[in-house]
Every structure is written in structure tokens, then in C-alpha cells.
Design a protein around this ligand. Sequence first.
Ligand code: ATP
Length: 496
Amino acid sequence: MSLSAHRPGSGAIHSLVELVRRTLNFDPLVIVNSGLIVIGLITSLRSAGNVLYHYAEKTCLSTVHVRAEDPLYEDIVRWMNDHAFRRHNFLSVLAQTTNSSDNDKALTRSPLGQLESDNLVSYREVDDNSFIELKPFHGSRFFRFKRTWMLFSHAASSPDSSTRPPQVDSNPPLKLQCISLSLSPIKKFLEEVRAYGRKVCVSSITVYRTRPDSRDLVRWSSVASRPSRDISTVILDKQKKQTILRDINEYLHPHTRQWYANHGIPYRRGYLFSGPPGTGKTSLASAIAGVFGLDIYVLSLLDPSMTESHFIRLFSEVPTRCVVLLEDVDAAGLNRGEVRPSGDGTQPHSAKTPSSNTAVSLSGLLNAIDGVASHEGRILIMTTNVPQNLDRALIRPGRVDIHIRFELPSHEELRDLFLSIYSDVYQNAVVPIGDKKRETGRLHDLAVRFAGCLPERRFSIADVQGYLLRYKRQPEEACGNVRSWVEDMEYGELSS
Ligand SMILES: Nc1ncnc2c1ncn2[C@@H]1O[C@H](COP(=O)(O)OP(=O)(O)OP(=O)(O)O)[C@@H](O)[C@H]1O
């Protein structure tokens, strides 16, 4: 019995090889063998390259990693797109639809902008005008910065990135490398990148919110970079506005930081904005961020994915200078009833009660605000609709230094709102200067009449703004119909 194995199909291969040899007059095995040698060579060169790269990385390559949630990340991507990637021709890129505000400006200049609001317009064509950006997204690129060659690497987040597109929602970290025994070339590069980012975004603020990443870890993520809100558009008693602006201005001054250090006081400042919904608490926080050129980090205790340890970590991750907006602190269930004084009576503890809809306890919140991990230099703004429900420990000086009470608007504030909404109605009209003055005077009279038709301290600014938005360009109609709106609102309240 023969022991030689006879593999099925080997006879067919043999006959095929014979056929090719006879008809084409050359041996196909030579090509197959050469191909195998080339593949082997490439594989060994690649693994030799990898070994060399890892060796160089340990000995003479300086490397910096930047996490996706760090503000530097956006700055680097922006800089790379505007400088290093401009001259390259990439074949694999990320396509991104950008709805820039410039586009909207262009729209108002176009014939569409002239149309009366009664005409119906299909926006399919208009949307097509939003421009498409093609951005290099992942991969490694060499670029030159001040005579130093650097390597920018941006891995795709999915493991088999060759077959699946990169997951844009969970950006992996960036890596910057250069041949140097010190980190200073990359440091200089990062400084340049940050300065560039500041120059480009001088009149806009970036809003960061929390978002769970692919591993369910809650992280900061920039949700919008938008033009900052002009503080003059926030309607609030002049004195209150001045008080908070002056206080923050003084706090941010470098001398003040030194003063705090000299006196051994933690360099922190907290503000509480309280008042009914829709009275401008969030609007003022975002306008303050704009005035002082700070980014804004918004935290909500009601975020279902927020745990106490996430909350404390997120607090410690904000940059030194920024506005941290902690919204609706009352809704966290952190009221007096839930607080148990500790043994020494100094540090209160709160238990999570069944009514509490957050995983963050009062002691966790206090810990985040002024624990060792909490950054000095940031501005904390807490907002609440029911300040009387807040625990004393949360609002004691050092945690809340200034309390701004927002109220439902007075006649004067309603008049200011009307003027602010219609300020540009006559400005764009082509009329002689004398007529313009007359129109402005008329607008002022209308504003006074409008405010007089509304009861004081009855509706929120958000309510009244909602009504005025029905008449964006018709101040007369807004004024004429306001009484019936008030009746509807009051009747609605009575019947509900
Ligand atoms: N004082 C105000 N000045 C200018 N606009 C205001 C003011 N109050 C409210 N608005 C407008 O009403 C809307 C809601 O305002 P905002 O979110 O600032 O209110 P809020 O007090 O933070 O409300 P909430 O307590 O519900 O969070 C926004 O569109 C804002 O422009």
C-alpha cells in the first residue's frame, strides 16, 4: 500500500502548468516563485521598518499625543488643514458639509434675500450652496515646520480602518513626532498652532458639552464654535450687568491671581444666576464668555450617563481659563432635605434619595467645585430656577461669590427687548438721514407703547421674544396685536 498522499486537485494544477508551458513556451512556476520572493522581501522590509521605527521612537524621536477632547486637538487639525495639507493631493479624505455663516450672508445678498416673506422659497437649491470640505482625516503625513520635519499621525478609530470609514464621532488621539532629543520643536509647533487658533477664532467661542465615548466614558466634546453673543443683546438691569462684568474683569487680571496666591486663597470665583425660566441666565453666561474671550464648558447633573466620578474628573479636565456653566443645579435634587451634616458638622453629605434624578451627590458636587483636582482660574456659573432649594453649603462665599437674580421683565426691559429685535428694520432701508432719525424716533415710541400694553413682571423675555418673532420685520403689527396675545396667554393660563 502506497503511503504517498494524493491531494485532490494537484493533478489538475499539474496539467494546467504543463499546458501553459507547452503553449506559451515558458515555465509559470518561475513567475509564481519570483512573486513569492518579492512578497517575502516586502514583508521583511516592512517588519524591519517597523522594528527600526520602534527603535527610533525609543531613542531619538520625540512624540506628543493629543487627546480628542483637548482644545489643542481642534487647533492642530485646523492648522494642518490650513497649512500643511493645502499643498498635498490626498486620495483618501473625509468629506464634510459645512454650513458656514458666510453662506447665509451671501444668501441675503442674493436675489433670494430680497424676497418678501410671503413668497415661498424652495431651499433645496440654497442648501446645495453649503460648501463641501474635503479634509485629510487619518493616516500619517510628513510636514515641515520651521526647518524641522515632523510626522503627523491620525489613526482611524475603527480597528479595520482599511475596509470601514473612520468613525468621526469618536476621534482617536493625534500623534506628533520629530527627530529630536528634546520636545522643544513640537512645543514650539503647539504654541504656534494655539496662537493661530486664537487668531482665527477671535470673535467666536467654542461650546463644549459632555458626551459618552465608545467606551462609555463621558468626555468633553466641542459641539459648536459660534460667534459670541453681544452682551448688549442681553436684557438685564444695567447695574447687575456692570457688577458681574467688573468682578470677572478684576478676577481674571494676572495681578489678582498673584494676590490670591499671596494671601493663600484658592483662586476661584463662582456665580449663581437664579430666576424663572427664559429670563436670560444662559444667555448672559454665553455673552460673558464672549466678552472675555473664553470657551464655555456646559455640564448638566441630569445627564443620564453622568456618574459622580465622571463629574469630578470632567471638572478637573477643564482648562485654566474658561467658563464652566453648571445648569439647573436645583434639579439635581440637592436640597436641604437630603443633606445630612457630618459628625463634625462642617462638611455636609447628601444621600441619593429616590426622588433624586442624578448620580451626583452634594458632597460630590462640592468636591468637584473646590476639591484638590479642581482647576484654579476658571469661572463657575451655576444656574437655577429655585435658589431657595439650594443647600447653604453650595452657595456659601468661595463657591458662590455673586448671586445675580433674574426677574420677569419690567416695562423698561420689555421696551429694550422690542428695540433690540427691531433695531435693524430701518437701518438697512435706503432713506435720507432726516427720515432715518424720524423712523428711529417712531420705533422708540412704538417700543414704549408695546411695553405699556404688557403687564410688568408677568411673562418671561423668552415668551415675549417668541411673540415678537412672529413679526420679525413688522414692528407696527407686533405692537397692534400684542393685547390680544396677552389675553390669549392669560386665558390659556386660566383654563389650564
Ligand atoms: N434677559 C434676556 N435678554 C435677552 N434675551 C433673552 C433674555 N432672557 C431670555 N432671552 C431669550 O430667551 C431664550 C431663552 O433664554 P435663556 O436660555 O438665556 O434663559 P434661561 O434663563 O437660561 O432659561 P432656563 O432657566 O429655562 O434655562 C433665548 O433665546 C434668549 O435669547
